[in-house]
Design a protein around this ligand. Structure first.
Ligand code: PAF
Length: 305
């Protein structure tokens, strides 16, 4: 199976590196960061994991999708602010038979990818792994969790089973779901509770739970999001999304969330697709979301600094 990873940030590198260990799998990491691409081609992806440093050298990296050509699977891992542009500029890996899998954070990625590759070629899912970029070619795997994927129409197809099997062989615990939209919201609510708060406070995921005043905000932000989801008729996978978010804080305790990493690197964050999305979706169903509005505005202020 030939696999392209569109967006070789920390998460893209984690999945690409692990997939490259599966016999018969060929992995191309596509990214615009030249120094990072060069470092991977010279020494592989260096992954720090529980104190060990492992080099995954069976990967090719590049900035041009033309070099990779059409793939069987393209995993989209760019930040959700870049989804549309990244899918369009990497169209060369997306042949008529290519399956595009989004495991990104935030709301709206499925729709953006579908516009470029067509409905039947898109599958979606979520990941509970955490990873941090340490420098060109080097990442830290900061926390493990499940990968859950599914067809948009909920069917258990041969292709979805095959992709789950490859992920499983790559050492990523993987499950299938017949409720992808619910899955995307489950993950969205985790990001709603963790990402903006870590970006504002600069705490690690696990440290959020050490401060009662922050825990209260986490609970309120996630509860607002849950109310919006339920009002929209979304079937959430977790009966208690607040408790689930706290479990993810613990499972990824030493992780700098992706939004904190963006804040520290002075990059645009995914706030509009996370807490900002809750505000927008809340307006559609007349649910007030003051905590999410406040978190969104504070992150937008920080982005301007
Ligand atoms: O965005 C992130 O950082 C991750 O989705 C998560 C699960 C919050 C772990 O850091």
């Amino acid at each position: 199976m030939k696999i392209a990873i569109i967006g070789a940030g920390a998460m893209g590198c984690l999945y690409g590196a692990r997939l490259s260990t599966v016999p018969g799998v060929e992995v191309y990491l596509l990214d615009v960061w030249k120094e990072h691409v060069d470092a991977i081609n010279a020494s592989g992806v260096l992954m720090e994991e529980q104190g060990d440093l492992v080099a995954y050298t069976n990967v090719k990296a590049g900035s041009s999708a033309e070099d990779a050509g059409p793939c069987d699977l393209a995993v989209i891992f760019v930040k959700s602010t870049l989804t549309s542009a990244a899918v369009k500029s990497n169209k060369a890996v997306l042949g008529p038979e290519t399956i595009a899998l989004t495991l990104q954070n935030g709301l709206g990625n499925i729709e953006l990818i579908r516009e470029v590759v067509g409905e039947s070629n898109v599958i979606a899912g979520t990941t509970a792994h955490g990873a941090t970029m340490l420098g060109p070619g080097k990442i830290r795997h900061a926390g493990s969790g499940k990968t859950i994927i599914g067809e948009l129409n909920g069917a258990t197809t041969q292709r979805i089973r095959q992709i789950a099997q490859v992920l499983q062989e790559a050492g990523m615990e993987t499950e299938l779901s017949d409720n992808v939209l619910g899955l995307v919201w489950d993950k969205l609510l985790v990001n709603v509770g963790i990402n903006a708060l870590t970006g504002i406070t600069r705490l690690l995921n696990g440290e959020l739970l050490e401060h009662p005043e922050i825990v209260e905000l986490l609970e309120d932000a996630v509860s607002e999001g849950r109310d919006v989801a339920l009002a929209q008729g979304i079937k959430l996978g977790f009966p208690d999304p607040v408790a689930h978010t706290k479990e993810v804080c613990i499972a990824t305790a030493t992780n700098k969330s992706s939004m904190l990493q963006d804040v520290l690197n002075h990059k645009k964050t995914e706030i509009d697709m996370i807490n900002g999305a809750i505000v927008r979706e809340g307006e559609k169903v007349n649910i007030a979301t003051p905590v999410n509005k406040t978190l969104t505005n504070l992150i937008k202020f920080i982005e301007k600094q």
